[in-house]
Write a protein that binds this ligand. Structure first.
Ligand code: ATP
Length: 648
């Protein structure tokens, strides 16, 4: 929550933290004051709390790193460079993702002090868990800052002094944080300023490398002032689409644009920013071979061009065609940031390669097949075949031969040479039985026998064939109900269900926002688009009966209609707008109930009386009610109880 949204001015917040922390001096940095306020009122934390630190399990770390593979490998050089410079002075360097999870950590020595303080891979530093801290507050504020010693909200973190800079992507979103922390620094906060400058410099280098990677197939521009000594951090990078419009920028370009109050940068034409258009610039720069000096207002700038890198196929001439231009998503990518799903996938990792059949359950379009493929890729069978059979998509009469195959001459009209069944083709790999609930009853019996005996006898074959397959089945149906109604064999159910992976519907996913962004980036042209806030709110609260498949279609439609890469509500299908509005238009509520009425509630009234009785001494009232002070502040906020000396 920002100062504005709290409705309070800086003086109110200062008074608040002054009251709450009588033993601490008021931070000079207003961002820290706001963060302390958030820690108490929004996150309900207590400074003396212990055990709030969370470190992900090895499997979860593996998945996170897998998910952030590109970002980590691009940032890796910057992390090493910074660690080399500050390591000897006793600083640990951490790289986090946008949720405050440490993905990379370089500590100067192997002692346990750094690990004990949470400076390790997998530790979670989001403000909602541990209150004010370098990474969490850097992410929440979007600003570079130092959190020195007892500026940390939790007392258990007050050994740390952290210098941090957010890392922005080319759309201006925070992608993560770069952080340098030391332990038990005796000096004043000012002694950390030099470290902060180094951290900022490396964060800018990581951003620029990330920008170049993201826009390697796009025409990009480097613009820097023609000063005698030009600061690398001032170099602006801009990516342009075919029409010469800005589709991405680095932090320096965003800051320059904002500083001069030029409005939104993305979508602007090059000719709005520089006294040339793209063709002219290409001519002046000799097709990108040299840089050009241009006068912009009173300043002289140097403008260089980088031509798109032509994507050359590294594929050997005889290689098999790939399924698409994107690699199939991994389990980490599919589970995204939904914690419940991540936990389920963590459990899945533990049964992987243990010869247990897996049953995936979920509504249509939730990613059952995508998960099955990712499980196959994560298993030791990844070099073997992945064979899918959709039991609902082929006629009942053909399922048998599809599954079991037949040898030549086994029935009239059959292929003369015979046909291998999916079970046989999948040997050594994974068989994915989609819509298993539609498997005809007599084939359920046969399948059960095959899975029990681990061998198949194709129609017309003399000898059985040993079978070594991982079976993954999937359904959107409730198999337990089908068993009760005798529509599905119970013994087959147990044979297929070594473990169930329940996939949440899209509307149930806690990471729906980031999932929408990720799916958008995956669509052709989607990586250069941005969803505006209203559309994002609509997309996030829509019911999505077709789940991720429907989301993909909606986003493709939106990308096609987007103007200047901006996805607005005009780009969304009408039925989605109608339904999202009808389903979720909030019931009319009184926006600001009067204080008198709130205080008339029993709890509010009691609280008000106690506050008056104790002359608004928060600690005394908290003691009387035996609640934490943070709880009391939350309740006061709820009932809008404000001390008389705070009423403006
Ligand atoms: N977590 C995810 N992130 C991005 N894309 C996903 C994700 N999960 C699924 N998809 C994509 O959504 C589409 C639908 O997924 P999939 O076909 O696996 O769903 P399904 O549950 O098997 O559907 P059905 O029940 O209709 O067969 C696919 O294009 C898939 O690549």
């Amino acid at each position: 929550m920002s100062l504005q949204s709290t409705g309070a001015g800086p003086a109110d917040l200062n008074a608040f933290v002054g009251d709450y922390f009588p033993d601490r001096s008021l931070p000079s940095d207003g961002l820290i004051v706001q963060s302390w306020y958030r820690s108490v009122v929004e996150h309900g934390l207590e400074p003396a709390a212990r055990g709030n630190k969370v470190v992900l399990s090895a499997a979860e770390i593996h998945r996170h790193q897998d998910f952030h593979h590109d970002y980590m490998s691009i940032a890796g050089q910057g992390v090493s460079g910074l660690a080399k410079r500050v390591g000897q002075a006793g600083f640990a360097v951490l790289l986090s993702d946008e949720h405050g999870i440490a993905l990379d950590s370089r500590v100067p020595t192997t002692g346990s002090a750094y690990a004990d303080s949470g400076l390790i891979v997998g530790s979670r530093w989001d403000e909602s868990l541990v209150g004010t801290n370098g990474i969490g507050t850097g992410l929440a504020s979007g600003s570079a800052l130092i959190i020195h010693r007892d500026e940390h909200f939790l007392r258990e973190n007050d050994r740390l002094s952290c210098s941090v800079s957010p890392i922005f992507d080319s759309l201006g979103n925070v992608r993560g944080c770069l952080n340098a922390s030391c332990l038990n620094s005796n000096g004043p906060k000012e002694a950390q300023y030099l470290t902060l400058q180094l951290v900022i410099m490396y964060a800018r280098m990581i951003e620029n490398a990330y920008f170049r990677h993201s826009h390697r197939n796009t025409l990009t521009l480097m613009v820097k002032p023609c000063d005698e000594i030009s600061d690398l951090a001032n170099e602006q990078l801009l990516a342009l689409d075919d029409q010469g419009r800005v589709i991405g920028a680095n932090r320096a370009a965003f800051v320059e644009h904002e500083t001069h109050g030029h409005g939104v940068l993305l979508g602007r034409r090059l000719s709005d920013l520089l006294p040339v258009d793209v063709d002219e610039l290409l001519r002046l720069n000799n097709g990108g071979a040299n840089a050009t000096r241009l006068r912009v207002g009173t300043r002289l700038v140097e403008v260089g061009l980088r031509m798109p890198v032509k994507v050359r196929s590294a594929k050997p001439a005889d290689s098999r065609p790939t399924a698409g231009i994107h690699r199939a998503p991994t389990l980490g990518q599919l589970s995204g940031a939904d914690v419940r799903l991540q936990q389920r996938v963590a459990r899945l990792y533990r049964v992987l390669d243990k010869d247990l059949p897996i049953l995936i359950n979920g509504e249509t379009g939730t990613g059952k097949e995508a998960f099955a493929r990712a499980i196959h890729q994560a298993s030791r069978r990844r070099t073997g075949p992945f064979v899918a059979l959709n039991c609902a998509a082929i006629p009942e009469t053909l399922i048998e031969s599809e599954l079991f195959g037949y040898r030549s001459g086994s029935f009239t009209g059959a292929n003369k040479k015979g046909m291998k069944g999916k079970l046989e083709i999948a040997n050594g790999g994974t068989l994915f039985l989609d819509e298993i609930g539609d498997m005809p009853a007599h084939l359920q019996t046969r399948l059960l026998r095959v899975l029990a005996e681990r061998e198949i006898s194709p129609l017309g074959a003399d000898t059985p064939l040993p079978l070594d397959i991982q079976v993954i089945s999937a359904t959107h149906q409730n198999l337990s109900q089908m068993i009760a109604g005798k529509a599905f064999r119970e013994d087959l159910f147990y044979r297929l269900n070594g473990m169930t992976l329940q996939l949440p519907a899209l509307r149930e996913r806690s990471d729906i926002g980031s999932l929408i962004e990720a799916v958008l980036r995956d669509q052709p042209g989607g990586e250069h688009c941005r969803i505006d806030t209203t559309s994002m709110a609509l997309l996030s609260r829509y019911a999505w009966p077709g789940n991720i498949r429907q989301l993909i279609n909606v986003l493709r439609y939106a990308v096609a209609l987007a103007d200047n890469g901006r996805i607005t509500t005009d780009c969304l299908p009408a039925e989605l707008l109608d339904q999202a509005q009808a389903l979720h238009s909030p019931a009319p509520v009184e926006a600001r109930p009067p204080l008198a009425r709130l205080a008339a509630d029993d709890e509010g009234q009691h609280l008000l009386e106690a506050l008056r009785r104790h002359q608004w001494n928060i600690t005394a009232v908290a003691d009387e009610f035996a609640v934490a002070r943070s709880t009391l502040y939350r309740k006061m906020k709820k009932y809008r109880l404000v001390a008389p000396n705070r009423l403006s």
